[in-house]
Write a protein that binds this ligand. Structure first.
Ligand SMILES: CC(C)(COP(=O)(O)OP(=O)(O)OC[C@H]1O[C@@H](n2cnc3c(N)ncnc32)[C@H](O)[C@@H]1OP(=O)(O)O)[C@@H](O)C(=O)NCCC(=O)NCCS
Length: 170
C-alpha cells in the first residue's frame, strides 16, 4: 500500500467528504442522518472545528502521503480528558477500500491518541455485523470486550455494538 498520512480535516477535504456521504456503507454504519440534509458535510465540519477548539473532538483526513489525495477520515469522536479516554472512528472512501487504508489510518490515529491525548483507554464501537471494521480493529491490536445490545443509534434505529479497546499496555 502507498504510504498515507493524517492531516487536520478542513474545507479543502469537503468535496471528498461529500462524495463519501453517498455510500450505503457509510449511511449504514455511521451516525450520518438519512437522508443526508443539504450542506451536511460543511455543517458537520463546522461542529468538529468548534469541538477541536474545545478539545472534545478531533477529525483528520486520511490522505495519500505523496499526492495528498483524499482517502477517508479518522476521528476522535469523544475525548474525555479528565478520564484520559477517547472513542475513535474511521471511514474510508469506497474507491480506496480493501487495501489497508483503514488499518494504517487507525494505527496512526491510535499512536496520536496515546501520544497527544495521553490516552489510557481507547474505545471503538463497531456494529456486530460490520466485519471489515472488526478486522481493522483486530489488526491494530484492539481487544473485543463484549456486546452492548439494542443501543440507540439514530432516527429510531437500535443496533447491537461490539466494544473494542486498546490500552497502552496492550
Ligand atoms: C470499515 C472500513 C473503514 C474498512 O476500510 P478498508 O480501508 O477497506 O479496511 P482495510 O483494507 O484496512 O481492512 C479491511 C479488512 O476487512 C476484510 N474484509 C472486507 N470485507 C469483509 C467481509 N465482508 N467479511 C470479513 N472481512 C472482510 C478485508 O479482507 C480486510 O482484512 P485483511 O486485511 O485481513 O484482509 C470501510 O469499509 C468503511 O469505511 N465502511 C463504512 C464506514 C464504516 O463502517 N466505518 C467503521 C465504523 S465502526
Amino acid at each position: 500500500m502507498a504510504p498515507i498520512r493524517l492531516e487536520p480535516l478542513c474545507e479543502a477535504h469537503l468535496p471528498g467528504l461529500e462524495e463519501m456521504l453517498t455510500d450505503d456503507g457509510v449511511l449504514r454504519f455511521t451516525r450520518v442522518p438519512e437522508p443526508v440534509p443539504p450542506g451536511f458535510a460543511k455543517t458537520w465540519l463546522g461542529s468538529y472545528e468548534a469541538a477541536r477548539r474545545e478539545g472534545t473532538r478531533e477529525a483528520f483526513a486520511i490522505v495519500d502521503a505523496d499526492e495528498a489525495t483524499f482517502l477517508g477520515i479518522a476521528l476522535a469522536v469523544q475525548i474525555k480528558r479528565e478520564e484520559q479516554s477517547v472513542e475513535l472512528g474511521y471511514v474510508v472512501a469506497p474507491p480506496a477500500r480493501g487495501r489497508g487504508v483503514a488499518t494504517e489510518g487507525l494505527r496512526l490515529l491510535t499512536e496520536w491518541a496515546f501520544a497527544e491525548l495521553d490516552a489510557l483507554r481507547i474505545e471503538l464501537w463497531i456494529d456486530v455485523v460490520n466485519e471489515p471494521s472488526k478486522r481493522v480493529a483486530e489488526h491494530c491490536g484492539y481487544v473485543r470486550e463484549g456486546v452492548l445490545r439494542s443501543v440507540y443509534f439514530k432516527q429510531g434505529r437500535r443496533h447491537d455494538f461490539e466494544i473494542w479497546s486498546r490500552l497502552p499496555t496492550d
